[in-house]
Design a protein around this ligand. Structure first.
Ligand SMILES: [Mg+2]
Length: 321
């Protein structure tokens, strides 16, 4: 038994997380010293922590905390082109409240079921509220999208719409008034982001590089260009903004869409000779996908607004900044 752990309560917790695995690769799941997985091929492995008061507010709905903790990890797998398969959950809770745990596990498994991923293990401890998930995804042998494959001449695309989570956050903080008709959707984008797993898998044989947008397009595109040893030229007029964002543009400007983050959309590059193959796949991108600019040899990201140079105000969302 680990320090800070009360066996009676935490045995009770376990029943919220014990489910029969759906995936035949899980030879042994939650309940033993370790899980056993029958794998051939390649695994993509990623981990992310969400802390109360840092990544979500104290008092956030437990359902949303569970949902988002898994979503941000699946988004990283999507950026690699991997098929999500399994995850581990490490949960720190101040008290084992049955209602909170029921709601949390409902949110977690609501998303897990959409993508057919199995919880295969983890740990629960008493402490400040925080969730760490480690997600594992499967790739055909020798494959995987990375940040480092873009080449000058490639096109740059993003999925979905940018800046909606930023609007939701700003609205909730009372810094920006989102019109009533848009509020529910905007807050859902913040609280329950949609990982673009199907889109990532579709891009695996086509894209030259990819990243998921967690820190804002400005920061994440810069990461991808740096890893590729290339630069980018982006026309802001091509940025995919939703009707909600357009309605708030006077207050939000470009920067909520460029530099807040929490979008969990994919940004990827596509060699020009694969544009035709990609266009044939476009109907599979129900979330929408937009060509926003091009990869160039000169390092750095250059933004333009109606032909004039533009500099995003803030480079990403830095938790320790
Ligand atoms: Mg990422």
């Amino acid at each position: 038994m680990k320090p800070g752990r009360r066996m009676d309560e935490f045995t009770l917790i376990d029943h919220f997380f014990e489910r029969a695995p759906r995936n035949p690769q899980v030879a042994l799941s939650v309940g033993d010293d370790a899980a056993l997985l029958d794998i051939s091929g390649r695994l993509a492995v990623t981990t992310d922590t969400l802390l109360a008061g840092v990544h979500f507010p104290h008092g956030a709905r437990a359902f949303d905390v569970g949902y988002k903790a898994l979503a941000v990890n699946l988004s990283d797998l999507a950026a690699m082109g991997a098929r999500p398969r399994f995850f581990l959950l490490n949960l720190s809770v101040p008290a084992a409240t049955e209602a909170w745990l029921a709601d949390f596990s409902a949110g977690l498994f609501a998303l897990a079921d959409v993508h057919g991923v199995d919880l295969i293990g983890g740990d629960t401890v008493r402490g400040p509220l925080g969730v760490t998930i480690t997600a594992l995804g499967e790739l055909p042998p020798g494959t995987g999208l990375t940040r480092g494959g873009a080449q000058a001449g490639d096109r740059i695309y993003v999925t979905g719409h940018l800046g909606e989570a930023a609007l939701g956050f700003s609205h909730r903080q009372g810094r920006l008034d989102v019109p009533p008709g848009f509020r529910e959707d905007i807050l859902a984008r913040l609280d329950r982001p949609v990982p673009r797993c199907r889109e990532g898998m579709a891009l695996l044989p086509l894209a030259s590089a990819a990243i998921d947008i967690s820190d804002g397009l400005a920061a994440d595109l810069a990461h991808m260009m740096e890893a590729s040893g290339t630069g980018a030229e982006i026309d802001l007029g091509r940025l995919p903004l939703s009707a909600a964002y357009a309605a708030c543009f006077a207050a939000a400007g470009w920067d909520l869409a460029l530099a807040f983050g929490d979008d969990y959309e994919l940004c990827f590059t596509l060699p020009r000779q694969r544009v035709g193959a990609f266009e044939a796949l476009r109907p599979a991108f129900a979330c929408g996908v937009h060509h926003i600019g091009d990869v160039v040899a000169t390092p750095g990201v250059r933004w333009s607004d109606k032909g004039e140079p533009y500099e995003p105000a803030r480079r990403g969302f830095n938790h320790f900044g």
